[in-house]
Structures are given as structure tokens and as C-alpha cells.
Design a protein around this ligand. Structure first.
Ligand code: ACO
Length: 158
């Protein structure tokens, strides 16, 4: 990798014949089964630098008014440089272009970093899915030393 300067990054749709960037996707969502289930009905966008994928986000329609960012991840060496924020802004633009009026994103109550990022980008807490992670994931998940149990769903008007 020659650079980790996000100004040299661009974001594009993943081509149908390209392999999904699973290492990144599984960093945000550790269940391949869950990831594969939403990839099949989603658009996958990748952030590129020096022809390498350094970030990914996944847009999946909820209904004709609302879409959801199902997954967002930045490669470890590139985190904390504003790429996540730029990918969220790109997702808002892509969602507007597709005619959506609202966008949602869900994360564990334990995901303090992503919760900062999403609220800084204009998302507000909408509702809680109690026991989402204990009900839908076969293995117990831990983050920041806390068992992941509940999902916070945040929403933003576009
Ligand atoms: N703690 C505090 N603030 C944070 C954190 C953190 N861990 N992460 C991001 N932020 C804040 C930053 O302070 C920054 O605010 P600022 O612009 O005022 O300085 C803002 O959020 C933007 O940060 P970015 O640098 O754009 O975030 P980054 O490029 O690191 O991407 C992401 C954030 C996607 C969460 C990345 O850290 C990552 O890939 N983590 C691992 C995977 C993951 O947890 N994905 C989210 C799971 S939920 C889901 O996928 C729907």
C-alpha cells in the first residue's frame, strides 16, 4: 500500500463479477450467513485507494421510502481518517438519488465508536431491537468487554 491518505480515495459500486470484500464485511458483522443474506438483495459500494479496497458499505432497501446501511467498515490502517464519515455522506447521496426519504442504520448498544460516528453524521436514535444479537447470532459476541445483546436503530431524514 503506497498511501493511507483518504483524499486519494474514490467510492464506486462493486461490479457483479467482483468478490465481495468479506474480511471488511465480517469486521462489521461477524456472521457470514447474515452478511450473505443481505448481500443478495443489496448494493455494495467500495472505497478505493491505489486500486485496493479500503472500505465498504452496503445499502439495502427497507421499503420504497427507506433504505438501510446494513454494513460499513474501513480497513484497520485507514480508520480514524474520515473515511467512514465520507462513506456515510456518499450513502446519503446514493440513497437520495434512488428516491429514498429516510435512511437507517443499526448497531450494538456496545458499539460506542460507531454510535459517535452515526450521530455526528446526523442519525438520531429511533428504536431498540431487544436481544437482536442473542436471538440471531449463534455465538456470543463481545465488544469493549460487554456482551452484545441489543441493537440500536438510528434514523436520518434525507
Ligand atoms: N470513538 C470515538 N469517535 C469515533 C470512533 C471511535 N471509535 N470512530 C469514529 N468516531 C468519530 C470520529 O471522532 C469522527 O468524528 P470527527 O469527524 O468529529 O473527528 C467521526 O466519527 C468520523 O470518523 P471516521 O474517521 O470517518 O471513522 P472511520 O473511518 O474510522 O470509520 C468505522 C468508522 C466504519 C466504524 C470503522 O472504525 C470500522 O470499520 N470499524 C470496524 C467495523 C465496525 O465496527 N463497523 C460498524 C458496525 S455497525 C454496521 O456495520 C451497520
Amino acid at each position: 500500500m503506497q498511501t493511507n491518505n483518504p483524499s486519494e480515495m474514490d467510492i464506486r459500486l462493486l461490479n457483479e463479477n467482483e468478490e465481495a470484500p468479506y474480511a471488511l464485511l465480517l469486521d462489521a458483522d461477524p456472521s457470514k450467513e447474515m452478511v450473505d443474506r443481505y448481500l443478495a438483495k443489496s448494493e455494495v459500494f467500495v472505497a478505493m485507494a491505489n486500486k485496493e479496497i479500503i472500505g465498504v458499505y452496503v445499502l439495502c432497501a427497507v421499503d420504497k421510502h427507506c433504505t438501510e446501511i446494513k454494513n460499513i467498515a474501513v480497513a484497520e490502517g485507514f480508520q480514524g481518517k474520515g473515511i467512514g464519515k465520507r462513506m456515510l455522506e456518499d450513502a446519503f447521496e446514493k440513497a437520495r438519488q434512488r428516491g429514498y426519504k429516510e435512511i437507517i442504520i443499526g448497531t450494538s448498544t456496545t458499539s460506542i465508536g460507531p454510535l459517535y460516528l452515526y450521530q455526528k453524521a446526523g442519525f438520531e436514535v429511533d428504536h431498540l431491537l431487544k436481544n437482536f444479537f442473542t436471538d440471531h447470532y449463534p455465538q456470543p459476541l463481545y465488544e469493549n468487554g460487554i456482551r452484545c445483546k441489543h441493537m440500536i436503530v438510528l434514523k436520518k431524514d434525507l
